[in-house]
Design a protein around this ligand. Structure first.
Ligand code: CS2
Ligand code: MG
Length: 404
């Protein structure tokens, strides 16, 4: 079997998604997600200008060899653009291999290690009452665990909570120019314990609760937050410090027993090396889409398993259903699965990407379709072309840029 065609498709059914489609001389097709939110076209160019020409004529069964030749052969290694491009090729090749075998991908990854994949959903509120309503809504949808994000008194915008315009209507985070949001770490640190107190008082001790600090704290601030939240027994505190400084986590870990999750912006195992070997974290958060695909993410999970660290694949709306499908196959197969983030997609996105994975009573299953189980409606995709979009930036009240 040979690869005879490769196309990079960009569509925006509400938000931008980049998809690689490979076709073989046997007429099999494979899809891979290459979406890098806010920097999509850089990956499109990396793929079309530099990778697609190398794929023509390759044997699609050589997944590991293709991965190594794209990673090592570029000489310039790592980084989100490179690794999103390699991820798309890797997932498309796994899709083809599994289709050729007539099996769903999880069967090639060792088969199911569980019957269904547990998820968490997002609850957001501008204030505590709105957050409690949002938690209630997620529970009604069946989510077994909930991430809680709340507005902070005195701040107009907070991560996870839509900014509103003067009329109170939500302003979408995706903007043709970056939206500028405000941030105050002290106000946030004072407010968060009261948020968790209220959520626990309303929903009791058993509901698994998560919280995302979105890289905004210094090590000592993160240690303080972890300590202050200990009474509320979080499932995890996510991205408490800017994730690129691995040493920061030593200070946090020494000072709190709140479990820690990190890694949605990481793109290789090297970003995790000391976090894993020094047991500074409890969950690894990378997405198939940003980590170079199923091949390296499986290796990361096996490495993490030696230290009792579990998987928790990043699953926001900006991972396409193609990336989500690959994640759910991996979730079902690996032994050290922890939890899967799942935000779902808009109905239009679900029409563009028809998928075999299901979400029932808060649990995902990849389905039994051969491959990853996703079909892309190219005509509908083409009717919703790329739209320029940026993530917001944060500024402190004196105008200084802060991590968003
Ligand atoms: C996130 C994301 O899901 C998460 O935990 O932190 O929503 C993140 O902000 C986006 O993926 C950025 O594109
Ligand atoms: Mg996050």
């Amino acid at each position: 079997m040979k690869i005879v065609d490769a196309k990079v498709l960009v569509t925006s059914p509400g938000r931008n998604f980049v998809t690689l489609r490979l076709t073989t001389d046997d007429g099999l097709t494979g899809l891979g997600d290459a979406t890098l939110n806010g920097r999509e076209l850089a990956v499109v160019s990396y793929l079309t200008d530099h990778v697609v020409p190398l794929l023509m004529g390759l044997d699609p069964h050589r997944v590991e060899d293709t991965w190594q030749s794209l990673y090592r052969g570029a000489y310039w290694r790592r980084g989100p653009v490179t690794m999103a491009a390699i991820a798309a090729v890797d997932v498309a090749l796994w899709d083809i291999k599994a289709k050729a075998a007539g099996l769903p991908l999880y069967q090639l990854l060792g088969g199911a290690s569980r019957d269904r994949v547990g998820t968490y959903g997002h609850a957001n509120g501008r204030d505590i009452p709105e957050l409690l309503d949002s938690v209630r809504a997620r529970l009604a949808e069946g989510y077994p665990a909930v991430r809680v994000q709340s507005g902070v008194p005195g701040l107009k915008a907070v991560y996870g909570v839509s900014s509103t315009d003067e009329s109170g209507s939500p302003v979408l985070h995706q903007q043709a120019r970056p939206l500028v949001e405000d941030w105050d770490t002290d106000a946030y640190l004072r407010h968060m314990p009261t948020v968790l107190e209220a959520v626990r008082a309303e929903f009791g001790p058993e509901l698994p609760l998560l919280h995302d600090a979105h890289h905004r704290l210094t090590p000592v601030q993160a240690a303080r937050l972890g300590k202050d939240l200990e009474p509320y027994r979080l499932f995890w505190l996510e991205d408490c410090t800017p994730a690129e400084n691995q040493e920061a986590l030593r200070l946090v870990r020494r000072n709190t027993t709140t479990p820690l999750a990190i890694g949605e912006v990481f793109n290789t195992v090297y970003d995790y090396q000391s976090l894993i070997t020094e047991q500074l974290i409890d969950y690894v958060r990378s997405a198939v889409t940003h980590f170079g695909g199923v091949t390296p993410l499986r290796k990361l999970f096996d490495f993490a398993a030696q230290y009792q660290i579990k998987s928790a694949i990043h699953g926001p709306e900006d991972i396409s259903p193609v990336g989500m499908a690959a994640a759910v196959h991996l979730d079902l197969a690996v032994h050290n699965f922890g939890i899967q983030e799942y935000s779902g997609h808009t109905p239009l996105t679900e029409e563009v990407f028809r998928h075999a994975y299901t979400f029932v009573d808060g649990y995902l299953h990849p389905g039994e379709a051969p491959g990853i189980g996703v079909d892309l409606d190219e005509e509908l995709a083409a009717a919703h072309p790329y739209e320029a979009a940026y993530l917001p930036v944060n500024r402190l009240n004196d105008g200084t840029v802060h991590d968003w």
